[in-house]
Ligand binder design. Sequence first.
Ligand code: SAH
Ligand code: SF4
Length: 394
Amino acid sequence: MAFMNQPVSHSPALRSLTGLSRSELADALAQVGVPDRQRRMRASQIWRWAYNRGSTSFDAMTDISAELRSSLAAAFILERPEIVTEQVSSDGTRKWLLRLAPDAAGRRHEIETVYIPEEDRGTLCISTQVGCTLTCTFCHTGTQRLVRNLTAGEIVGQILLARDRLKDWPGDLQANPNPPLSGRFITNVVLMGMGEPLYNFDSVRTAMLIAADGEGISLSKRRITLSTSGVAPEIPRAGAEIGTMLAISLHATTDEVRNKLVPLNKKYPIAELLAACRAYPGLSNARRITFEYVMLKAINDTVDDARRLVQLLKGIPAKVNLIPFNPWPGTVYECSDWETIERFADVLNRAGYASPVRTPRGRDIMAACGQLKSASQKLRRAERDAALEAQSPA
Ligand code: SAH
Ligand code: SF4
């Protein structure tokens, strides 16, 4: 099922306040003449409306004077990404293709965001970059050449937009009186969409601090998971400055195999990556690192691999997520057989690691892990090929 919405006109003259930190927001208010001593208080009011109620209009902010509301509306907007399409999978997973506001060169990039409802939680999987500079060979996003970092507003904007569409704001309770999970649709956020979050550190930090702020979106940091392909030097800092849960895309137990699957391993090999994990602050049995391991037939799925994995993880409070490989057009990899995955999981379970096999979700709409790649990129490539063909001599 697809949903198309009307194009929103972007007004380049108006600055978006979405994604500013509290202090940036207070500073921005100087632009409309809010006196210095009032700025923190006004910023708090706007913050609550924007992130606790989901307001996109200053008019709704009834505890702010009409005069200031109209000055705010004349200078600022509270921007969301624009929905290009919304697809709903047969299993209830939703995928949005979102178009971002024009960048400095006037280009409007696209990203994908996925919502995965489960019995006891609702997880939103968000993107941190357009495409990805890394080139993991099993990942569809890694084949997308066009890359830029998302702004903090574009990262947190995905959560705001998903809450709009799911009717997940406190004010929606009348329209939607029975949100399934402790009063909310989105209970968890994972940074597992397009991009490498630790290569966009500052914007990811600002956006996640907004998501976790108790006067706003109010998601506990324990319910936010940052997934990295292994940017070892940034891992301890991510713990100290962002403080969410951590997931590591390990996928192999020898450097030889990991070099092929995750080329970043040549820069930060397994031993260095795991040393950085050991330095992640606040680890305990109640706060473990998740190691993601994609099951690739005849590549990384033997019982010996499973045993080596147990050895590698010794001393790290860890759990393992086994991810059946999700195929995409043109890939050379295949998913391991089910018995092979079970044998692998058995070794881990016997060594005391909870190792759930992640059921692929939303495969029919290409929303599963590693299948994301914006349609615009495919289109552009097709257009480029057509243009090249037209140029080449017959
Ligand atoms: N760049 C970050 C986060 C985004 S990728 C990272 O690599 O961790 C999110 C997860 O999906 C990662 O564990 C990634 O390895 C996995 N993944 C990528 N392609 C996949 C595929 N085709 N099938 C299954 N999992 C995949
Ligand atoms: Fe980038 Fe993660 Fe895909 Fe690797 S797996 S190419 S780091 S998005």
